[in-house]
Design a protein around this ligand. Structure first.
Ligand code: NAP
Ligand code: BGC
Ligand code: ZN
Length: 355
């Protein structure tokens, strides 16, 4: 079978031939339909996040997959069921986090992430998985199933952000998304259409015309250019935000978000920046967090429950938004186009089999 493999930090992903995997006991064989590409995949390709399985220099890429059960192998899953795999697997023995279905809260070192850290991903014509890591989705969502994983990332982050505000009557009205990449835009659409925020803002650093700015405005949201309005100035120019969702990976934003929050607000941090040292006004920001009851919540990965919620969210997103978000779905022969990193590309996927 064909796979898309990468040697992190050593060049572009390439198509390779690998033996089709046999499902082990209790595992199913899945025929891959589509696999999405996100900022993390670009970070894996560049060698700045993740690593291949121990003892290897290359790995199969891809963690945003949708496929069809080809061989149920005696499990309860039906052949033909459309499924989306979760990303984390135990590094060795399943720990209590996995046993509780909370792999997303497992400490580093106790898990691998398929296509990212220590395990092959899903950019292969077939993959195997235990059914507990496969979430069934309706057949009519098969062509967009690669969006379930990134949506689940935001379901988790929002759940944790709201949990941090659950001890009092919190009635958020305004939300600010930092980042106009695929994760930021998906989240903006969720906050506008599913979470029903009155006013939303999305930060980027692009000149018009730009498809991501068009998308922000088509959602009824306000585009904020970080070159004109740095994050700490957003409250003065627009308004302070009750909820902030950081999806730039720009490390200063984690701290600048404190100034952009409204009193009692919460910022969810999603970006995975490189090491970077810089000065912050630590005393003032610490005081601001305390005296204004503000919260910062880091969030990574997502568990099966978030995937299940994400399926419903995907069905609710406006078709016009999704059509504009997904700028390309490419056959294997054209797969390099799915990894383009230019201003016309928002969300892409590689197609392994017809949906
Ligand atoms: P992406 O496509 O690279 O999006 C990042 C966006 O942020 C880009 O559009 C970039 O603009 C913009 N940006 C960066 N610095 C900026 C600045 N200073 N001012 C304004 N805009 C800025 O990546 P993604 O897939 O959307 O993911 C976003 C981040 O979340 C990445 O760091 C990724 O690693 C992380 N992530 C985390 C999780 C998790 O579980 N925590 C899950 C998925 C992704 P330009 O394109 O114009 O440069
Ligand atoms: C993936 C998550 C993963 C995170 C950190 C994200 O792009 O969607 O599943 O936990 O990267 O590796
Ligand atoms: Zn991802």
């Amino acid at each position: 079978m064909k796979v898309i493999a990468v040697e992190p930090g050593a060049g572009d992903p390439v198509i390779e031939e690998r033996p089709r995997p046999d499902p082990g006991p209790g595992e199913v064989l899945v025929r891959t339909l589509r696999v999405g590409v996100d900022g993390t995949d670009h970070e894996v390709v560049a060698g700045v996040h993740g690593e291949p399985p121990a003892g290897r220099t290359s790995m199969v890429l891809g963690h945003e997959a949708v496929g069809v059960v080809e061989d149920a192998n005696g499990t309860d899953l039906a052949e033909g069921a459309v499924v989306v795999p979760t990303v984390r697997r135990p590094a060795a023995e399943a720990t209590s986090h996995f046993e509780r279905g909370e792999a997303d809260m497992a400490p580093e070192g106790t898990y691998v992430e398929r296509g990212i850290v220590g395990a092959d991903g899903f950019m292969a014509e077939y993959f195997t998985s235990a059914p507990e890591y496969l979430v069934e989705i309706p057949e009519e969502l098969a062509s967009l199933g690669f969006l379930v994983e990134p949506i689940s990332i935001t379901e988790k982050a929002i759940e944790h952000a709201y949990a941090a505000r659950s001890a009092f009557e919190w009635a958020p009205e305004s939300a600010l998304v930092l980042g106009n990449g695929s994760l930021g835009l998906l989240t903006l659409a969720m906050l506008e259409t599913v979470y029903d925020y009155d006013r939303t803002y999305c930060l980027g650093r692009r000149d018009r015309p730009d498809p991501s700015i068009d998308l922000v405005e088509s959602l009824g949201s306000t585009y904020v250019d970080s070159r004109e309005t740095p994050v700490p100035e957003i409250p003065a120019v627009h308004e302070p935000a009750d909820l902030i969702y950081e999806a730039t990976g720009y490390a200063r934003h984690a701290f600048e978000a404190i100034d952009a929050l409204a009193p009692n607000g919460v910022a969810a941090l999603l970006g995975v920046p490189d090491d970077w040292s810089f000065d912050v006004e630590g005393g003032r920001l610490h005081r601001e967090l305390v005296l204004s009851n503000k919260a910062l919540v880091g969030s990574v990965n997502s568990n099966r429950r978030h995937f299940e919620t994400a399926v419903g969210t995907l069905a609710e997103l406006p078709e016009t938004f999704v059509d504009a978000l997904v700028t390309g779905v490419f056959d294997l022969e054209d797969a390099e186009r799915a990894f383009a990193d230019d201003d016309t590309t928002i969300k892409t996927a590689v197609e392994f089999a017809d949906t």
